[in-house]
Design a protein around this ligand. Structure first.
Ligand code: FES
Length: 103
């Protein structure tokens, strides 16, 4: 997959597995850091903030900021704390609308 990403893969040429991000198939390096692999693939918006709806993507890459939250197979997780595995179904974390109190 060709992307406009400014990020480069650190170990090109390894085994790749198929994952889906918001329904789009991506072939990512098996065992790679999911947040990094998605950035290389051109995915930069991982979630929206609950208050303003501003887009967020990986920031710290060490599990502290939670800006890399995505939903993986129905469970919200930190992408930077997850390895790429075959068959992952990933989507943006629940939108700001889903996090608001119903009034
Ligand atoms: S990038 Fe900060 S927690 Fe994942």
């Amino acid at each position: 997959m060709s992307t406009d990403s400014t990020f480069l893969e650190t170990e090109p040429g390894g085994a790749r597995v198929r994952v889906w991000f918001d329904g789009t198939p991506l072939d990512l390096p098996e065992g790679a850091n999911l947040a990094g692999a998605l950035l290389v693939a051109g995915v930069s918006r991982f979630r929206d903030t609950p208050v303003s709806g501003a887009p967020r993507g990986p920031f710290c890459m060490m599990g502290a900021c939670f800006d890399c939250l995505v939903e993986i197979d129905g469970v919200t997780r930190q992408a930077c704390m997850t390895e790429v595995r075959d068959g992952l179904h990933i989507s943006r974390a629940p939108s700001s609308e889903a996090w608001r109190d119903p009034e």
